[in-house]
Design a protein around this ligand. Structure first.
Ligand code: AQP
Length: 342
């Protein structure tokens, strides 16, 4: 990147985002996150993190976690994140995330966390047995972002509430300590793909932790697996209508049309116009071809990268040094502001 471009991207602001290495990366992660991260690399200074400390809020087998951290980094790069342009690292290598999360545990309010719907969804009926980490997860997320004084955060719809909390924490900290250390963080939620739903249930988010493999398309699925999963995806017996608003009340149909629209960079209306009057047999064949065409290059590149742990580890190490260089003076200023001796 030329110096001029570099200065310009820095003026536009700093982007931070991340994904948990808590299982196979899937189509929802790609359409709701990675694809958008790539687009932002030329306009912002971008920091993309594999948030391994978030992953251990639920049990992770240590060997599997190590593999998943590398797989996540491989997925970012295969989707188009350029480790030269952007900073790519894993969270646990920069100690400021944990330090600032503790400070934010003391700024954030119980009442705020009690309103977080993701905790309610993930803890479910077993709330008493959920880890404390899962409960304070949004405070760590606020620390991830504000440790770098990031101004913009690209997220899927599902993370909007956590981002609101980040803004509340930043504002309270600034008010309590009479400072303007933390900027007002703006979400970037981009069009189609902002919320990809499960292939088995159009009302539930596509998620790594869904026990059904058929609920999601993983970024490392081969063409046959993609075809099988789309063939088995839940639908209804009706035909596709002329416009997307006529899909109301058909969550599975809305989801599949939305996935098609996102992959093809079309509107949902344009997808309906193309398939008007056709059944899901035809539509699913079209969707399979499109998904395989778009995902195969990513799958191949991920497989290639995953054969080279040394390369992935060197990218993460270099990225964590660059991230640390940004975080160090900021966390020092935060500690001074709080009243710690530094
Ligand atoms: N279904 C989705 N549709 C659109 N965007 C999604 N994202 C995740 N699922 C979808 C976006 O991907 C980024 C990384 O998310 P994450 O992996 O850190 O956390 P998550 O949202 O909790 O993802 P999962 O798959 O549901 O993981 P588990 O099951 O482990 O909790 C975020 O920007 C998110 O919006």
């Amino acid at each position: 990147m030329s110096d001029n471009t570099n200065t310009q991207t820095k003026q536009n602001g700093r982007v931070f985002s991340g994904a948990q290495p808590s299982g196979n990366m899937h189509l929802g992660n790609y359409l709701g996150a990675f694809r958008n991260w790539v687009k932002l690399q030329d306009t912002f200074e971008c920091i993309y993190c594999v948030v391994d400390m978030h992953a251990i809020t639920v049990w992770q087998d240590p060997e599997t976690l190590r593999a998943q951290i590398r797989e996540a980094a491989a997925a970012y790069i295969a989707a188009g994140v350029d480790p030269e342009k952007s900073i790519l690292f894993n969270q646990s290598q920069v100690p400021g995330h944990a330090e600032l999360a503790w400070i934010f545990n003391c700024v954030s309010r119980l009442g705020w966390l009690n309103r977080m719907t993701q905790f309610k969804d993930k803890a479910g009926k077993n709330r008493e047995k959920a880890s404390v980490g899962l409960y304070v997860y949004p405070n760590l997320m606020a620390a991830d972002i504000l440790l770098y004084q990031a101004t913009h955060v690209p997220v899927g719809e599902d993370q909007k509430q956590h981002l609101e909390l980040t803004r509340d924490i930043a504002q309270k900290f600034n008010n309590d300590f009479k400072t303007d250390l933390f900027p007002e963080v703006e979400p970037i939620i981009q069009g189609e793909g902002a919320r990809v739903m499960s292939l088995r249930n159009g009302s539930a988010k596509m998620s790594k932790s869904d026990p059904s493999e058929y609920s999601r398309i993983n970024l490392n699925d081969d063409a046959d697996t993609i075809q099988q999963k789309i063939r088995k995806a839940k639908t209804d017996a009706e035909l596709l209508p002329a416009t997307a608003d006529q899909l109301e009340g058909r969550p599975e149909a809305i989801n599949l049309v939305g996935i098609y629209a996102a992959l093809a960079d079309m509107s949902r209306d344009a997808v309906c116009a193309e398939y008007e009057g056709k059944g899901f047999g035809d539509f699913k064949r079209g969707l399979t071809d499109l998904a395989v065409e778009k995902l195969a290059p990513i799958t191949e590149e991920m497989a290639r990268l995953q054969n080279d742990n040394a390369y992935i580890d060197s990218i993460l190490k270099n990225g964590s040094e660059r991230a640390q260089a940004i975080a160090e003076p900021i966390i020092a200023e935060i500690k001074k502001t709080v009243g710690f001796l530094t």
